[in-house]
Design a protein around this ligand. Structure first.
Ligand code: 2AM
Length: 178
């Protein structure tokens, strides 16, 4: 009997105005390929793959235990992954609280008995798939984004298309202002 499972990942999802801005800036920078529509733009913190249904409660409980603070993201870089032929935008450097959050969700997954993600964390928002390598490495104008929550998202296939559904969102605590 097949084991029931769901394809899950932790991610940051930009609000619509930021997503629109990312899409416009990427297009204006000459990104070519299958452009990701604004409503599907996200920054993956950890990809968990197929998670057996009976592990999901433990994963949500582990997620509840994560304490993370918010941070500013300045998306100014344009990059390319040759293997998956993905063009992306991302920050020039990864803010420490973002690196800590990515580590936190990976630890939560491990605590729930879900294999650790093998790729190192590289903060990026994929803007085009089956893309050509971008000709520039910088966006003409950076996009500012202050995420206020992280999410456990399901990636389902509906009629051959990837559909993303939120399972749970957790707020990022405001970082104390010095
Ligand atoms: P990326 O394409 O932005 O790099 C949901 O499927 C998200 O998880 C995708 O947007 C993808 O991020 C990431 N993902 C999908 N398959 C993956 C894999 N095999 N390994 C790592 N990350 C993956």
């Amino acid at each position: 009997m097949p084991v029931e499972s769901r394809r899950l990942f932790f991610a940051l999802w930009p609000p619509r105005d930021v997503a629109d801005e990312i899409a416009v800036r990427a297009r204006d920078s000459g990104v070519r390929g299958r452009l990701v529509p604004p409503e599907k733009l996200h920054l993956t913190l950890a990809f968990l793959g197929d998670v057996p249904a009976e592990r999901i409660d433990a994963l949500l409980a582990a997620g509840d235990g994560i304490r993370a603070v918010d941070f500013d993201l300045c998306l100014s870089r344009l990059g390319y992954f040759r293997g998956p032929r993905a063009a992306w935008v991302g920050p020039k450097t990864t803010p420490a609280p973002l690196a800590a959050l990515a580590a936190g969700v990976r630890e939560a997954a491990a605590a729930a008995g879900i294999g650790r993600e093998t790729r190192g964390f590289r903060a990026h928002v994929t803007v085009a798939r089956r893309a050509e390598p971008p000709r520039r490495v910088r966006l003409p104008e950076p996009v500012a984004w202050r995420p206020d929550a992280f999410e456990l998202t399901e990636s389902a296939r509906v009629a051959g298309k990837a559909v993303y559904r939120p399972l749970r969102r957790w707020p990022l605590a405001p970082a104390s202002v010095e």
